[in-house]
Design a protein around this ligand. Structure first.
Ligand code: ADP
Ligand code: ADP
Length: 223
């Protein structure tokens, strides 16, 4: 029972122009329920492109994307947005938290947008903050938090709507090595507790070694 299946994904930019670049050349990958997979490749190899296609932020030129066995290719824009909101949580290298809102509010907002009542959304946000060890920081705005704390809040926001799949692009790449190690540990604990599947792009081989499986992007294919 795969949560994510990518079949023979091809993707290029500026197709048919002199500046054409073909990034993915038949990339295939399947991630099982609860499996945490490291995606390792040099910069420019196409990790972000692959994550965006997996998370329905971009479409492949050819190939198939399935979420929990369901084909995503033929969906309307609206159905794609719904599938993205329901199925996937994203974490980036930079937190992208809303600066004028508190940590708690940043985690509650995506739930409100998803139709959850305010009290329930705030309770879930508090629970998530407690699980990553920063409940006392709930009322602070991002600028008042350390880099590691900001990224912990971003993890909570990604999980706020209970996705089945977490997609992360260098989630601790912006932190110093010691903080990165701690914050990554908090992320992995949260992922394991919730039984999430995850695809996590990283350059850090020590972090990759803590995941269930390591895949590489080589010449546009997953090996
Ligand atoms: P990674 O995340 O592994 O660094 P990316 O997926 O960001 O790799 O990029 C893969 C290649 O595609 C790079 O050569 C990059 O310059 C190119 N690329 C990415 N996005 C675009 C775009 N919107 N237009 C043109 N080229 C792009
Ligand atoms: P929309 O505004 O199209 O409805 P969502 O708010 O559902 O999109 O976005 C879902 C997730 O995808 C959020 O984490 C958001 O930050 C991220 N996201 C949306 N568009 C992009 C994009 N073009 N590039 C990177 N991330 C994006």
């Amino acid at each position: 029972d795969a949560v994510l299946t990518l079949e023979a994904i091809e993707k290029g930019y500026n197709r048919g122009k002199p500046s054409e670049v073909i990034v993915l050349r038949g990339a295939s990958l399947s991630i099982a329920r609860g499996e945490v997979v490291a995606l390792v490749a040099p910069s420019g190899a196409g990790k972000s492109t692959l994550l965006h296609i997996a998370g329905l932020l971009d479409t492949p030129d050819s190939g198939r994307v399935l979420h929990s066995g369901r084909e995503m290719g033929g969906l309307s824009d609206r159905a794609r947005t719904e599938a993205r909101r329901g199925d996937v949580g994203f974490i980036y290298q930079f937190h992208h938290l809303l600066p004028e809102f508190t940590a708690l509010e940043n985690i509650a907002l995506p739930q409100l947008a998803n139709g959850v009542a305010r009290k329930a959304a705030e309770a879930r946000a508090m629970d998530l903050l407690a699980r990553v060890g920063i409940a006392p920081r709930a009322g602070h705005r991002p600028a008042a938090l350390s880099g590691g704390e900001q990224q912990r809040v971003a993890f909570c926001r990604a999980l706020a709507n209970g996705p089945r799949l977490l997609l992360a692009d260098e989630p601790t790449g912006n932190l110093d090595p010691a903080t990165s190690d701690q914050v990554f540990g908090a992320l992995m604990d949260l992922v394991r507790e919730t039984g999430l599947s995850a695809l996590i792009a990283t350059h850090n081989l020590d972090l990759a070694a803590r995941m269930d499986r390591i895949v590489r992007l080589d010449q546009g294919r997953i090996v």
